[in-house]
Design a protein. Structure first.
Lengths: 503, 509
């Protein structure tokens, strides 16, 4: 056993275990309720291709993922679990890319496998890779971009330039945050070009320096050329006019948000109470810092600046923009840093103890496995959106004389997807989503009138509240005052059903 | 210098140092927001500690920012061949150790030298005090035996100064064996008439003997690597008691070695600097000796240094002395301040204990906010240390430094109460017995915090506040473990216990 434990074979065993766990996890995740974002995806691809593009533009997204789903649903059907399979396939395709990518980080095959296994074990990545959204495509493209970047960086042949250029083009159409990847890569090249100037006699290193300057300029040309392909999309957005107001209200990120990001990569999206405790354990990271910096022999991490910058810079930029301009930092939007994050993590963990690195990695993977189970099974997991359950319940109890009202208005997408009852559905405040354009402004008088209008027509009101846009309490209060409160049911942490007697 | 044995050191980027300053500034600003104080008493304790940490960090970066790269000047043998007195102060060290030191001193390449054993065995009351005289006779070196007590090691040297005439005085502790080129390397510096002394590293040849020698060396390595090189830049290198060459006129102008402080070397350096002499730190290992072998010896050595430095801080504060440049004042102050560390560690240790037992919280801000500022501060600090020590900084050294809070507090109280100090030579031999008594406060702390954690969980559940404070006490406790481990031969204890347990029961049948 000891011999196995100290050899590469141990990682093969871990890989097998983690693979089984991943399959198991995906089977569970595939069966979960449709979530708001997923319902929006399904809604968008149910339109014509042009209609889908319009929806995508207004929803502040780029169209590659939607285009793929557009084809996918026409080939395999539009059930949410079918669309989720596309994301899982992309997650699986990312794994070999990550493995090839680790060649540019570690010489040792053990460490390369360890990084892939850690990546595979991430409950956070599994959660969003089983969602009918663009996240797994995003990670896949970003990982490919890293890989092609290194192909070009180490061997700038025409072939490699074209590969990198194509990856950049595709990346731009995958997620707007892809620009952060390009920015970080450009910064890395700039840094490398000036690094030696700071630390060494640059005249002696002129050739090296000039080589980096050339690389920086070349990257500018490649990315600039790739950006030209993005212009049609920009023109299309401009032609669409105003953007939709269907985006959930993002809260201002706090330092906890940044800590959460790292913790979520490792331990997934845990119930709020656990998240608080996990963050509170941060002094133990100081101990890790002590141990890390007192190691005499650090395992070699090639291109360490690259991994560091590609992990840290996007966080700094999004946090700064959120702080000084408007909130844009949402942990899942930064999912693309996962590749570099897990490479750095592998290096950090194994450097803490070269002798026991394998055991430490194993311990981390076990913790991640437990976290995955808690995340997927706990009813307190904050990102759970049990729209299917609430819809099923309402369909059973509501009659034709009742009304189902949902707020925030855009949550009608997932409700409508899973609701098959006889009572009518309406949004509060009222919103006609078939009208092109943003969610219109509303006044509280209008909402009050809307609720009062129910008196003549309905017996009971089933008010489904989720995705608080800052006015959920007001709507609750208006309904409480207007009607007789019957009961409240909590289906998931931020999904409440309130039942009122109208007559 | 490349083929010479120097103490590890690496220059650090100025940008990194400025980044350190910026991050530290943000961190300090956060601490100065007094409206976040939840319990003003605990907040003040922590604030005091953090201000201390920031001051120490700033002075450290100031020290290491531009280290001196010394190469000995060319030696004009025709013009400069000073007479040298080599002093080997002894009290009751094992004779074979002194013998090796005398032999090494005799082997130094330079003819105009005279070796002296400064024998304090008589005044120390040892019956075999004459052994040193016999040894001197055997090797044909001088022996100066004091008959009148006073001034400890400094008194011993000062007595010898009166009996000798060499232009340069070289001091080696009884266990410090010089390399043959010690004098030919250090003497050329004295061609500059302004040079008062040349200090070289205090290298421990037994550093790999056990965890204590290793920790002691790791700490020495930080001091003789980046710190003393940096101090050299500011003409603030100080005499470290041994492996040093001092110009007699400089020493005499300072009134000899200062006898009014247990750390006579530190205060003497300060006096020499006040009179405008230059100091040199030559980072090549030119003599090697023995590290303290037991925790008792380590404790004794550290206690002496702590008391001496704190006495300077409270009685001869460098800031109040004329004749020193601001750079020198800063460097001396930083060295003396280091030994207040124990008090600060203690404050940092007890604040979470207050929470665990009584639910008292110092700060109302979020955990995330604090960690957001603290983590970059500590990471950059350690990165800088990691770089300047050329990756030789060890966890053991940190753990021993952290665990020295007891002796540093004892030293502080002794100085504040004006207790008489006595110079005790660091034992050069392994002593039998356990030193668990020196680790009682540490073990006691661990016991107290375990109880505290149970009380806090019982009171609040495993809340974020309980988790954070538990993490801090765990952090402290982990850092005490190497020290506790070194206090007692645990491996022998476990072996014995296991042997007893495994002993077969012999039946009377």
């Amino acid at each position: 056993m000891k011999k196995i434990f100290q050899s590469l074979h141990w990682y093969h065993v871990l890989l097998a275990v983690v693979s089984v766990q991943a399959i198991f996890t995906f089977v569970i995740l595939l069966r979960q309720s449709v979530r708001l974002d997923e319902a929006q995806t399904l809604w968008a691809v149910s339109k014509s291709y042009l209609g889908m593009l319009e929806h995508t533009a207004q929803d502040v997204h780029v169209p590659l993922y939607y285009s793929l789903v557009f084809i996918w649903v026409r080939l395999f059907g539009s059930d949410v679990s079918v669309v989720r399979v596309l994301s899982i396939v992309l997650w699986a395709l990312t794994l070999p890319v990550i493995y090839f990518l680790t060649k540019y980080a570690f010489h040792r095959p053990q460490l390369r496998l360890a990084a892939v296994i850690l990546f595979m074990s991430s409950p956070f990545l599994m959660w969003y890779s089983a969602e009918s959204r663009m996240y797994s495509l995003f990670i896949f493209i970003v990982s490919l971009t890293h890989l092609f970047f290194f192909h070009w960086y180490e061997k700038p042949t025409p072939h490699n330039r074209v590969k990198l250029g194509i990856a950049l083009m595709i990346g731009m159409y995958t997620h707007y945050f892809f620009w952060l990847v390009m920015g970080a890569q450009a910064f890395f090249l700039l840094f490398m070009a000036t690094k030696k100037l700071i630390t060494e006699k640059w005249r002696a290193e002129f050739q090296w320096w000039w080589g980096n300057i050339q690389k920086g300029l070349e990257y500018g040309v490649i990315s600039g050329t790739a950006a030209l392909v993005f212009i049609p999309w920009v023109l299309f957005i401009i032609s669409q006019g105003s953007l939709a107001n269907t985006k959930p209200l993002l809260s201002m990120p706090t330092p906890e948000t940044v800590l959460q990001l790292g913790l979520q990569f490792l331990f997934g999206i845990q119930p709020y109470a656990w998240q608080g405790v996990l963050i509170a354990l941060w002094p133990l990271t100081v101990m890790a810092v002590f141990i890390f910096f007192t190691r005499k022999h650090h395992l070699q991490l090639q291109h360490s600046w690259y991994w560091l910058m590609l992990t840290v810079l996007p966080i700094i930029v999004t946090f700064s923009v959120s702080y000084f301009s408007r909130p844009i930092l949402v942990p899942r939007y930064l999912i693309f840093i996962a590749g570099s994050f897990f490479i750095l993590l592998t290096w950090l963990v194994t450097t803490l103890s070269e002798k026991h690195g394998m055991k430490l990695i194993t311990a981390v993977i076990i913790l991640m496995g437990i976290s995955t189970a808690i995340q997927n099974y706990s009813s307190l997991t904050p990102v759970k959106e049990e729209y299917a359950q609430v819809s099923e319940y309402v369909a059973q109890v509501a009659t034709t004389r009742d009304l189902v009202a949902v707020s925030a208005p855009f949550t009608i997408y997932p409700i409508e997807y899973s609701y098959h009852g006889v009572a009518g559905i309406e949004t509060v405040p009222y919103w006609n989503r078939y009208e092109v354009g943003a969610l219109p402004q509303f006044s509280w008088d209008e909402v009050y009138s809307q609720l009062e209008g129910y008196r003549q027509r309905y017996q009971r009101l089933y008010l489904i509240l989720s995705y608080d846009q800052g006015y959920e309490e007001n709507i609750k209060s208006l309904a409480d005052n207007a009607f007789t409160f019957v009961e409240s049911r909590q289906f998931s942490p931020e999904l409440e059903l309130r039942v009122y007697q109208i007559e | 210098m490349s083929d010479q044995h120097t103490i590890p050191y690496s220059p650090v980027s100025q940008k990194l140092l400025w980044l350190n300053v910026a991050v530290t500034g943000l961190y300090l600003v956060w601490w100065l927001q007094f409206d976040q104080a939840k319990n003003i008493f605990l907040f003040s304790l922590l604030l005091l500690g953090e201000i201390y940490h920031v001051v120490m960090a700033l002075t450290f970066w100031y020290t290491v920012r531009k280290p001196h790269h010394r190469t000995p000047p060319l030696w004009s043998l025709f013009n400069f061949q000073p007479t040298v007195d080599v002093f080997i102060p002894v009290t009751h060290e094992p004779i074979e150790i002194i013998e090796a030191t005398v032999n090494a001193a005799l082997a130094m390449t330079y003819t105009r030298k005279k070796i002296w054993i400064l024998n304090d065995g008589y005044v120390a009351g040892y019956e075999d005090w004459q052994d040193a005289e016999k040894l001197a006779e055997k090797y044909g070196v001088g022996c100066i035996t004091r008959k009148r007590k006073g001034g400890a090691k400094a008194g011993n040297i000062n007595y010898a100064l009166k009996k000798t005439r060499g232009e340069i005085v070289v001091i080696f502790d009884a266990d410090m064996q010089a390399k043959p080129h010690f004098l030919t390397t250090t003497l050329p510096y004295f061609q500059d008439p302004q040079v008062g002394f040349v200090q070289t590293p205090q290298y421990y040849s037994n550093q790999n003997q056990n965890s204590i020698t290793a920790a002691a060396w790791d700490q020495q390595s930080l001091f003789f690597g980046p710190i003393l090189r940096g101090k050299d830049t500011h003409n603030s290198a100080f005499i470290c008691g041994t492996n040093v060459a001092i110009r007699r006129t400089a020493l005499e102008a300072a009134g000899g070695m200062r006898e009014d402080n247990i750390a006579e070397d530190f205060l003497t350096s300060l006096t020499i600097h006040r009179q405008g002499w230059k100091s040199i730190y030559h980072p090549e290992v030119l003599a090697s000796g023995l590290a303290p072998l037991t925790l008792g010896a380590y404790f004794q050595q550290q206690m002496r240094w702590a008391r001496g430095s704190l006495e300077v801080l409270f009685r001869d504060n460098p800031l109040l002395h004329s004749g020193l440049s601001w750079a020198q004042k800063t460097e001396y102050l930083a060295s003396a301040l280091y030994y207040l560390n124990g008090l600060i560690i203690f404050l940092d240790m007890i604040v979470p204990v207050f929470f665990l037992f009584f639910g008292m919280e110092p700060i109302s801000s979020s955990i995330g906010e604090f960690s957001f500022l603290f983590l970059p501060f500590i990471v950059l600090n350690f990165l800088t240390l990691h770089i300047v020590t050329q990756r030789t900084l060890s966890f053991r050294a940190l753990a021993f430094a952290q665990s020295s809070w007891v002796l540093q507090i004892m030293a502080l109280f002794a100085v504040l109460r004006g207790q008489a100090s006595s110079f005790k030579v660091t034992p050069k031999q392994a002593e039998e017995g356990n030193f668990l008594r020196l680790a009682v406060p540490h073990i006691g702390y661990i016991a107290v915090v375990i109880a505290g954690v149970f009380i806090a969980i019982n009171r609040d559940g495993f809340s974020p506040a309980v988790a954070a404070n538990t993490s801090w006490v765990l952090f402290n406790s982990i850092l005490f473990l190497p020290y506790i481990w070194a206090a007692y031969p645990w491996s022998r204890f476990f072996e014995q216990t296991l042997l007893i347990a495994e002993e077969p029961v012999i039946s009377s049948e």
